[in-house]
Design a protein around this ligand. Structure first.
Ligand code: AMP
Length: 218
């Protein structure tokens, strides 16, 4: 069983790596960012509460986020294991997650941190765009849709740039996330769960490195 956290600053390649991991290991991908975007689009209570934080590039309060994750991890489709992408982002969340995984009896097996320097992150985030229909992520430099103006995943034709990928917000997001990242890595290093991977490599090589770690687990 693999129950994995992917750590990494926004733009480090967690989404792309997750897709490849899901293809091979059939884990359930849980992205708190995606869940918040969906909640905002549906104007649910959580979505409305989260919007004011997200639009400024700040973090949604830990308790709100942890509750969302606990509900999701408790669902029955998570039988082959999970990938947490974008959660935890603070040590408080990491501690809350310990409680959640204990209550649900779904212990973590690996924490992988994708490391990319800040210049590359800013470049990647400003080039990123999304399918309006299904949320698939593309990149003007490295990952255009295979057919022009058509989403590879759902065939949709409308795309947009995330509000929080705009340059004014990106700097704050990186600052907020960077401050939390080192203590979070230390937390998992101490538990013997952490592997660091160079996220500057091609997506293929990044996946190869992740695969080496995960295949040792089976
Ligand atoms: P992401 O798509 O992971 O970059 O998340 C987009 C935004 O959603 C973040 O900038 C936060 O405002 C919010 N968010 C996502 N995950 C978390 C989390 N674990 N804790 C707090 N806020 C989060």
């Amino acid at each position: 069983m693999i129950n994995l956290i992917l750590l990494g600053l926004p733009g480090a390649g967690k989404g792309t790596a997750s897709e490849r991991i899901v293809d091979k290991y059939h884990l359930t991908h849980i992205s708190t960012g995606d869940m918040f975007r969906e909640a905002m689009a549906n104007k649910t209570k959580v979505g409305l509460e989260a919007k004011s934080y997200i639009d400024k590039g700040n973090l949604v309060p830990d308790k709100v986020t942890a509750k969302l994750v606990e509900e999701r991890l408790g669902q029955p489709d998570i039988k082959n294991g999970y990938i947490l992408d974008g959660f935890p982002r603070t040590t408080v969340q990491a501690e809350l997650l310990e409680g959640i995984t204990k209550r649900l009896n779904k212990p973590l097996t690996n924490v992988i941190s994708l490391e990319v320097n800040e210049k590359t992150l800013i470049k990647r985030l400003s080039a990123r765009f999304m399918c309006k229909n299904c949320g698939a992520t593309y990149n003007k430099i490295s990952k255009m849709p295979k057919v022009k103006n058509t989403c590879d995943r759902c065939g949709g034709h409308e795309f947009y740039q995330r509000e929080d990928d705009k340059p004014e917000v990106v700097k704050n997001r990186l600052k907020v996330n960077e401050k939390m990242n080192t203590p979070l890595k230390d937390f998992y290093q101490k538990k013997g769960l952490l592997t660091v991977i160079n996220g500057e490599q091609t997506p293929e090589k990044v996946f190869e490195d992740i695969d080496t770690v995960l295949s040792n687990n089976q």
